[in-house]
Design a protein around this ligand. Structure first.
Ligand code: GLN
Length: 309
C-alpha cells in the first residue's frame, strides 16, 4: 500500500472544500486562525510520517490533550482514577453540565470537559499547577521527539478569560467534594493543556504509543501500560467525539479524539496514528473536513477497526 499516495489523494480530493464548517469562536484566540488550513499526517511503526498540506504549522490541540493527560493520570493514580470518572459515552455536548447533578459530581467519561477537569486534577496530584504543566510539556516533547512543542499562552489566557462554563463545571464538582486541588489551580492546568500547540506531524508522532500497545515503536520507550493503552483506545472510540462519537465510528471506525481547534487524532492499533487539522467544525465540535479526510483514508486503507482486511 502506498500510504503517501493515499494521503496525497485524500488531501487533493478535499482541498477545494477548505474553509468549510465553522471555527470555534467561543475561545476568541481560536477565531483568528486561518480557516482554510488543512493538513494530514500519518505516522507508522517505523516512525516515518506521511504528510500533505499544512502539517508543519502548530495549532491548538484543545481536547486532544485529554488523551495525553488521561494516560499520564492513569500512570500516576492507577485504577483509583475510575472512582472519580466514568467510562460511558455521555450523549451530551462536551461542555454539558446536565448529568453532573444526578450523578453526584462524577462525570460520565474522561473526554467530556467535566471528566477531563477531574482527570487533570488527579494528574496534578500533590504537585503545584506549574510543576504539573512543566511535566506534561516535557512528556509531550519526549513522545513527539521535538523540544519545539510548546503551549500557546495567548490561547490559554483567552480561554481562561472566557471560561465561565468550565469554571461552572469545576466549581459544581468541587461542591460534591470531587476535586482534590483548589479549583483555580486545576483550571489553570486544564486551560494550558488545551492550549498545547503541535503540528500534525508532531501530534501523529507523539501519539504513536496509542497504536503500539503503549510503547513508542521507534525508541521502544514505554509511555503507558499495554492494558491502559487498550482501554484509552476503547474510550476514544466510544467517547472521543462526544455526542458525535457514534457517527464518527460509523463513518470512520478509528478510535479518535477531536479538539475545537480543528484537530483530530486517530489511533489505528497495530498500524498507525493519523493527525488531521482543518479549523471548521461540525455542530458537535469535530473538524468537518478532518473527519471526511479520515473517512476517505479508512476507505482506502481498510484500516477501520471494524473491517476484516
Ligand atoms: N478547551 C476547550 C473547552 O474546554 C476544549 C473543548 C474541545 O476541544 N472540545 O471548551
Amino acid at each position: 500500500m502506498d500510504l503517501q499516495q493515499i494521503v496525497d489523494d485524500t488531501w487533493n480530493a478535499l482541498a477545494d472544500e477548505r474553509g468549510c464548517g465553522t471555527p470555534a469562536r467561543y475561545i476568541p484566540a481560536l477565531a483568528e486562525v486561518d480557516p482554510t488550513k488543512f493538513g494530514i499526517a500519518v505516522a507508522t511503526r517505523s516512525g516515518e510520517v506521511h504528510c500533505a498540506g499544512d502539517t508543519d504549522e502548530p495549532f491548538s490541540i484543545q481536547s486532544i490533550s485529554k488523551v495525553f493527560v488521561l494516560a499520564q493520570a492513569l500512570e500516576r493514580e492507577g485504577l483509583a482514577l475510575w472512582d472519580a470518572v466514568g467510562r460511558e459515552p455521555s450523549g451530551n455536548a462536551f461542555n454539558s453540565i446536565v448529568q453532573l447533578e444526578r450523578e453526584k459530581g462524577i462525570p460520565r467519561n474522561p473526554f467530556i470537559n467535566s471528566g477531563a477537569i477531574v482527570t487533570t486534577d488527579r494528574f496534578i496530584g500533590d504537585r503545584g499547577p506549574d510543576e504539573a504543566v512543566a511535566d506534561l510539556l516535557a512528556k509531550l516533547q519526549n513522545m513527539g521527539r521535538d523540544d519545539d512543542i510548546g503551549i500557546d499562552e495567548r490561547v490559554a489566557r483567552s480561554e481562561s478569560e472566557t471560561g465561565a462554563r468550565n469554571r461552572s463545571l469545576a466549581y459544581f464538582m468541587a461542591d460534591f467534594g470531587r476535586l482534590l486541588n483548589p479549583v483555580e489551580d486545576v483550571l489553570s492546568v486544564y486551560f494550558r493543556q488545551c492550549a498545547l500547540a503541535l503540528t500534525c506531524r508532531q501530534l501523529a508522532d507523539a501519539a504513536l504509543f496509542l497504536a503500539f500497545d503503549g510503547c513508542d515503536p521507534v525508541t521502544r520507550e514505554r509511555m503507558c501500560s499495554r492494558e491502559r493503552t487498550r482501554r484509552i483506545n476503547a474510550l476514544m472510540l466510544l467517547c472521543g467525539h462526544y455526542d458525535n462519537s457514534g457517527e464518527f465510528a460509523f463513518d470512520v471506525g478509528f478510535p479518535g479524539k477531536s479538539g475545537v481547534g480543528g484537530g483530530i487524532l486517530a489511533s489505528i492499533p497495530g498500524r498507525a496514528t493519523i493527525a488531521v487539522w482543518s479549523p471548521g467544525l461540525n455542530r458537535w465540535g469535530t473538524s468537518l473536513l478532518g473527519a471526511r479526510a479520515l473517512a476517505q483514508i479508512a476507505d482506502r486503507t481498510g484500516w477501520s477497526v471494524f473491517s476484516g482486511r
